[in-house]
Design a protein around this ligand. Structure first.
Ligand SMILES: C[S@@+](CC[C@H](N)C(=O)[O-])C[C@H]1O[C@@H](n2cnc3c(N)ncnc32)[C@H](O)[C@@H]1O
Length: 355
């Protein structure tokens, strides 16, 4: 759809661009004209807007590209039925927010002194708009764009989520343990603090490379059952050796529709999962469904929320899913009672009991 592959590289990478652009084009109103605004911390917003405009034309949609640099000198000249694709805060500030049919935030590596950009957590001159945009595209690797968020009001169901989540984590699976292997003692401490009973059934949902599996086996002992579950085949492949060593079963499945019977597990451990789910309430409800009354949910991350937000170069929002009042309300709606909540810089650790 978008031309001659990506940087002359493989068809898989070409498909990635095509897939992301197709999800965004499908989010635009049918044949009518539309306005799309693209922004981000550095020049990647312009690059992405160029690709989107090319994708629209290849899909037969007339398109007018308004580059950031032309903002001071030109007006918006839009033939009827054309899609306008503008980049940069200059264009975006010209129109009220409601005039844009789709706003896209392009996420690249948090810029630091080495790249000459703003420090992580410090807004760009145009202001950080990533958590207000309809769509967020991860472009850390320009050959492997991934859609990380799409406003549910613009997407038909969550058809984009599965392919995009898998693509995001597939690209990270091989180096996950090299980058984050130091965290293993933190996983052991998180499991120790969860109070899991020997002999129980525990599911590590979103297990990734299985960093928690050895500690979970230690907690439930030789008579217990440990199941690692993940949506991304590459993550499960990376978990295989560790799972073998600690006699854990691995299951390729979506946390939103688990192939486990109601009330069949004593505990769910979920590290770094919940904030990746497009509908947190539905995800927590599915975890509640598989857990017996009195069973536990352990939500963990090896850094606190503020530290993680700073690392990603975004401000910490009071309404994000793991903020204490938000999580307390969401767990209660889904059939859990939050019993502990700990969010210092070195970890996020919350425990809820199945009501
Ligand atoms: C941030 S990683 C954390 C991995 C692991 N728990 C750890 O702490 O190292 C999130 C993991 O959740 C998985 N994941 C994302 N969405 C999922 C879903 N809907 N169902 C199951 N796994 C999912 C990803 O494939 C990825 O392996």
């Amino acid at each position: 759809m978008v031309g001659d592959g990506v940087n002359g590289r493989s068809g898989e990478q070409h498909d990635r661009w095509s897939t992301v652009l197709a999800h965004l084009i499908a989010a635009l109103p049918g044949d009518a004209g539309a306005r799309v605004a693209v922004d981000g911390f550095d020049g990647s917003a312009g690059v992405f807007a160029d690709r989107l405009a090319a994708g629209l034309r290849a899909a037969g949609r007339p398109c007018v590209r308004l580059p950031a640099a032309a903002c001071a000198t030109s007006g918006e000249d839009r033939p009827p039925g054309a899609v306008v694709v503008a980049d940069g805060a200059g264009w975006i500030d010209r129109l009220p927010a409601g005039e844009w049919h789709l706003t896209v935030w392009v996420r690249t590596a948090p810029a630091g002194p080495a790249s000459g950009g703003p420090m992580p957590g410090v807004p760009s001159p145009g202001g950080y708009a990533g958590d207000r945009a309809d769509a967020v595209v991860d472009l850390h690797d320009p050959a492997w764009p991934v859609l990380r968020h799409l406003n549910p009001a613009l997407a038909a169901g969550e058809s984009w989520y599965r392919s995009e989540s898998q693509a995001f984590f597939a690209a990270r699976a091989a180096t996950w343990d090299t980058r984050f292997g130091d965290d293993l003692p933190a996983y052991a401490a998180a499991v120790a603090d969860a109070g899991l009973a020997p002999g129980g059934v525990v599911a590590d949902v979103g297990c990734g490379t299985g960093r928690a599996l050895p500690a979970l086996r230690g907690a439930v002992g030789p008579d217990g059952t440990v199941i690692g579950i993940d949506l991304t085949p590459q993550m499960l492949a990376a978990a295989r050796d560790r799972a073998g060593t600690c006699a854990a079963a691995l299951l390729l499945a979506d946390a939103r529709r688990l192939p486990l019977a109601g009330g069949s597990v004593d505990a769910v451990f979920a590290a770094g999962l919940v904030n990746h789910l497009p509908d947190v309430d539905a995800g927590l409800a599915e975890l509640a469904r598989i857990t017996r009354p009195g069973g536990r949910l352990v939500l963990f991350h090896p850094s606190g929320r503020a530290a993680l937000a700073a690392r990603h170069g975004r401000p910490l929002r009071p309404d994000e899913p793991l903020a204490e009042p938000v999580l307390r309300a969401a767990t209660a709606r889904a059939g859990w009672r939050l019993t502990s909540y700990d969010d210092p810089p070195h970890r996020f650790h919350a425990v809820a009991v199945r009501a």
